[in-house]
Design a protein around this ligand. Structure first.
Ligand code: GRF
Length: 200
């Protein structure tokens, strides 16, 4: 892929968002590395299946958030990646690690932030009784699910929805939106000015 930027994807789970990136032919980004904190994460199999280098960095092998985060950053730097995508990565990186890739780290979250940050966003939305939820792609800063919002897409919450059915509806939008944002980001079409994100 000529002119593509190199990216690293961090994932703890099934990796359907990673798969969406792998399957996007005109992404303008080459996935150099997939890092997981979970040795059995299906995201790792998806990466290997696509010929992408993988690294497992387990939380329990480090004595602090800082040392864990430094290991993750070192792996990303070693891969030559210029940009990082958190696609279902369930660990919080240290502020210092985040600052190493400031304004070049994206996260995808299954709610319309700032509603329902943190874990269990989909369950929280159901429990709260909202009629609309959705997906947010944002820049990562030192606070959880807080950085500048790049794009959002709304999804209806339907009568009878449970966490699984709503999450499945959200994930359809996640896969499309994440690919579009990564493509735009890689093409230099997204400018971040404080909390303001401008699409060129
Ligand atoms: C997604 O819903 C994402 O928004 C959240 O974690 C989930 C990861 O799903 N951060 P997958 O592993 O990409 O299928």
């Amino acid at each position: 892929m000529e002119g593509a930027i190199d990216i690293a994807v961090l994932a703890s789970g099934s990796g359907t968002n990673l798969q969406a990136l792998i399957d996007t032919p005109d992404l303008g980004a080459k996935i150099r590395l997939v890092v997981s904190d979970k040795p059995k994460a299906n995201a790792l199999s998806r990466a290997s299946g696509a010929g992408i280098e993988t690294r497992v960095i387990e939380w329990g092998d480090y004595e602090s958030r800082e040392s864990f985060s430094n290991a993750v950053v070192d792996a990303i730097v070693d891969s030559g990646s210029e940009m990082v995508v958190l696609a279902g990565f369930m660990r919080i990186l240290s502020a210092e690690a985040v600052s190493r890739f400031k304004d070049r780290t994206l996260n995808i979250h299954p709610s319309l932030l700032p509603a329902f940050p943190g874990t269990d966003a989909v369950a929280q939305a159901i429990k709260h009784g909202v009629k609309v939820s959705g997906v947010t792609v944002h820049v990562v800063d030192e606070k959880v699910d807080h950085g500048p919002i790049i794009a959002q897409r709304a999804v209806p919450v339907l009568p009878g929805d449970d966490e699984a059915s709503l999450h499945a509806r959200i994930q359809v939008e996640e896969h499309d939106l994440l690919s579009k944002v990564v493509r735009a980001f890689a093409a230099g079409e997204i400018e971040i000015q404080g909390r303001e994100v401008i699409w060129r």
